[in-house]
Design a protein around this ligand. Structure first.
Ligand SMILES: [Fe+2]
Ligand SMILES: [Fe+2]
Length: 135
């Protein structure tokens, strides 16, 4: 899978979120390379790290939305749960007996969902938070 580099225009303007978005992006690229070229046990470990970061990241955003009574929270959390289900399926596909074909498909879906949906939701949410004061 060819992939674009991280672009500054993908930053949402909240440093903690942007740092983790870049980490998620890098991890997705590393996972794709490992699923394509192995070794798969290394992919398993990385997928578990990825799953943990996704959970932590979504929790951070959900706490932020809660604190700011963000009106789009329910929709946003729904997108998080969808992505978490895909990530859980990815970890399963990378656990023995491995299913690298399914893992590859899931990574492609995750990258698409991430850039077309999840990040857009994040940008709208960050705009709201920044315009209402971040603390
Ligand atoms: Fe989000
Ligand atoms: Fe995010």
């Amino acid at each position: 899978m060819s992939r674009m580099p991280w672009l500054k225009s993908l930053d949402v303007g909240i440093e903690h979120m942007d740092r983790e978005h870049r980490e998620l992006f890098v991890l997705m690229g590393e996972l794709t390379a490992l699923v394509d070229g192995g070794p798969l046990p290394r992919a398993t470990a990385l997928a578990v790290d990825f799953q943990a970061l996704v959970r932590r990241h979504f929790q951070f955003e959900e706490d932020l939305m809660q604190r700011h009574a963000y009106p789009g929270m329910a929709v946003h959390v729904g997108k998080h749960r969808d992505m978490q289900r895909q990530v859980d399926a990815l970890v399963k596909a990378l656990t023995p007996p491995f299913d690298p074909g399914a893992a590859d498909d899931l990574l492609a879906v995750l990258e698409r969902v991430y850039f077309r949906t999840v990040l857009n939701e994040d940008m709208e949410m960050a705009c709201f938070i920044l315009s209402h004061g971040q603390d």
